[in-house]
Each structure stands twice: as C-alpha cells, then as structure tokens.
Design a protein around this ligand. Structure first.
Ligand SMILES: C[S@@+](CC[C@H](N)C(=O)[O-])C[C@H]1O[C@@H](n2cnc3c(N)ncnc32)[C@H](O)[C@@H]1O
Length: 381
C-alpha cells in the first residue's frame, strides 16, 4: 500500500517507520491527526461544517447547545446554587458549541452565568484561533490540558472528542491477540501483526472482552486515560460525554468483524486510512463501557447512558419543533428538517449517545434522563 496525502507528513511517517523498524497503527493515526502543524487537526484547514469534512450537532443548529445549557443550569440550581462553578469543555473544536451554551446561559440563566467560569481545552492551534474570536465576549480560560485546571467543581463535557483519539488496532488470530504495526517495503507500507502489549491485554481482561476469532477492532487507551484524569480532577459534579459508540456487548458483535474505524473527507466516508494522510479525519466508535469502568476507578459514578434523541426530547426539543411546525413558513420548515437530523434514528438521534457520570453528588436527578431508550444490548453498560 502506498501512503497518499501530504508529502511532508508522509516522509516523516516513512522516516519514523524506517528508524524504528515499524510503528503501531496508533502512532500512525497520531501522526495523521495531530503531528504539529501538519496533522489533520493541527493544520490550517476547515474541518467541521459545510466547507469541511463532517458536521457536528452544534454546526447544525444552536438548539443542541441551548438544551445542554438548560440541563447544565438545572445542575447549577440543584447542586451548586450560589456557589462558583466551572464548566469545562474538552476538545472544544471551533468553539461553536461553547458559544451556543455560553450565549444561552448569559441570556437566560443570569444567576448561573454570574457564578460560572468557562474553561476550554483544545489542542488544535487552528481551532483555538477560531475560538478566541468567537468566544471573546465571554468569561473563558484556555488551558492546554486538563492537568492545568485547579479546584474543579462543576461540569466537564465533550462532544465528539473521544472518537477523534488515536487508537490501537488489534486482531484476533488462532485465539491470540495481535496489534497491527506498519512496516516499510521499498516505498510502500505493509501491515504486520505483532503480539499485543500488556496494556492492551489488561484492557481486554479488565473489561472482560472476548472478541470473535478473526475480528479486527480498535482499543482506545487514550480515552481510558483521559476519563481517568477527568475523574481525578473533578472534586464534585458531573461529566457529560456525547459521541457515537456502544457498550462492549454491542461493539464486539460478530457483524462488526472489521471494527468501526472510518475516515471522513469532504462529507463522504471511506475505509482508506492510508490515503489523504493529514487531509482526512480518522475516527472510531467509542466503547462507553470502558469510559464507565475506568471512570469508576477514578471516582466517577455511573449516572446513566442514553441517546441524543431521548436526551434532547426530554429537555424540550419537541416543543421547539412544534413551534416551527405551527409557524409553517419556509424558513421554519427548513430549520425543522435540520432539527429532525438531531433526533432521527438514521440521523444523529440513535447513533449519538450521551453518557453521564457524577462524583460526590447524592442521588442525581436530571431532566435529560426522564425517559430512557429501551434497555437492549445497545444501551446496557
Ligand atoms: C471532532 S472535533 C469536535 C469539536 C467540537 N467538540 C464540536 O462539537 O464541534 C474533536 C476535537 O478534539 C480535539 N482534541 C483531540 N484530542 C484532544 C485532547 N487530548 N485535548 C483537547 N482537545 C483534543 C481536536 O483537536 C478537535 O478539535
């Protein structure tokens, strides 16, 4: 296979493979997405939105951020009233979701706004530039990593962060687990199976995952590390993770023999990870059971696991849609169609899940969780 895409980045990757006699797929993905100024997320290229490669919920309509703000305000009123509270977004991208949330809180929940410190953690310099402009009217602190945040009490949230983290690729053959490495033959790269590391085997053992023979799938150790760090940093409050993925029970079903790794390029998806290197997004589904398990190890308790459709409808999306339906003009109708994408099962409604965890909060009771989806394997953590 030949790597195609950004020449400079490809030469760096090939050089690294040569120097070290091979790199893991995870290291390749890290280069492709995050190599300073050349990786997909670190370079100056529109990624999210109409002129980019994919849409996120906040790009579709402000209502996503407005309803999250409503849920966060409820948390402030019930558990933090009149106290200083932090609201932290990890992987805040262009800052659009943060803008919608902060705008809504500032306009409709002034008491919450008065006590709020917003913190944005984002590692893409390109996205940071956009945020600085967009969020300049709000009280925002920017940090490079979560480690820099002090005395964290409040809410940590992310939208489509965990799916964008570099993953190890593994394969089960003759009952043994191997990791996929990339080596070089002349100018081409070759995938090679090497025995899986202890970290990967421990992950599978701890989570009691036994993947089917022949399956290739992803292991996201950065995700487990990150949720652990969030748990350690948070003294009291909630963690909201919105992303696509499943619990282990569903993720490793035999009909996902090739795993869930996908690339996004100009609003189309493909499985050609070695093409358009540095120019396309590479993502994988999140294992929510892993976030719950490793969160628990660092003090985060499981609150609930639902999908975006149930979560947003519980928070009042139906009323917003009804109003648009009643207006009946062209603009309202167009907006109504966009909002449907947020909740339709084939759109983002069932694909996107919402995991909520909490720490040092007694019997949490949140409006977004009032009605939950049917508890089949897609939802059983
Ligand atoms: C798919 S984008 C989602 C952006 C945004 N949350 C939204 O909803 O539009 C993922 C973002 O996470 C950022 N990111 C990835 N790893 C990160 C980390 N360890 N810390 C902070 N940001 C990270 C990427 O640079 C990228 O901007």
């Amino acid at each position: 296979m030949k790597l195609t895409g950004k020449k400079e980045l490809i030469n760096l990757i090939l050089g690294e493979i040569e120097k070290r006699g091979g790199i893991s797929f995870k290291e390749f993905m890290d280069f492709a997405l995050y190599y300073p100024s050349l990786g997909y997320y670190t370079s100056d290229k529109e990624k999210i939105g109409g002129y980019g490669d994919f849409f996120t919920s906040s790009e579709l309509d402000p209502v996503f951020g407005q309803l999250l703000a409503k849920q966060f305000n409820e948390i402030y009123e019930k558990y933090f009233k009149d106290k200083k509270i932090s609201l932290v977004e990890v992987g805040s991208g262009k800052g659009l979701l943060a803008y919608d949330i902060l705008n809504e809180i500032k306009n409709n929940y002034p008491d919450f706004y008065k006590n709020l410190q917003f913190v944005s953690i984002e590692k893409s310099p390109y996205h940071l530039k956009s945020q600085e402009e967009l969020l300049k009217g709000f009280n925002v602190k920017w940090y490079d990593t979560l480690e820099d945040v002090e005395d964290l009490e409040g809410i940590v949230y992310s939208n489509e962060l965990f799916d964008a983290l570099p993953v190890h690729l593994i394969k089960k053959l003759n009952s043994r687990i191997y990791e996929i490495y990339l080596t070089k033959k002349e100018d081409e790269i070759v995938e090679e199976l090497r025995p899986a590391t202890k970290d990967i085997l421990d992950y599978l053992k701890e989570l009691k995952i036994d993947i089917p023979e022949g399956m290739t799938t992803e292991i996201n150790l950065i995700a487990t590390d990150l949720i652990g760090k969030i748990g350690q940093k948070l003294k009291r409050g909630f963690v909201f993770t919105v992303d696509y993925g499943y619990p282990s029970k569903e993720l490793y079903k035999p009909y996902r023999m090739r795993g869930t790794l996908l690339c996004y390029y100009k609003h189309t998806y493909n499985e050609n990870y070695y093409e358009n290197v540095g120019l396309q997004d590479i993502t994988s589904h999140v294992n929510f059971s892993a976030l719950v398990y490793y969160g628990k190890k660092s003090g985060l308790e499981f609150t609930s696991f639902t999908d975006q459709a149930h979560f947003l409808i519980n928070l009042g999306l139906g009323d917003v849609m009804m109003e648009l339906q009643e207006k009946g003009d062209y603009k309202s109708y167009e907006r109504l169609n966009r909002l449907k994408t947020l909740i339709l099962p084939k759109g983002m409604g069932e694909k996107f899940k919402v995991l909520i965890q909490h720490k040092n909060v007694e019997n949490p009771d949140l409006s977004g969780l009032r009605i939950l989806p049917p508890q089949n394997d897609r939802y059983k953590i």
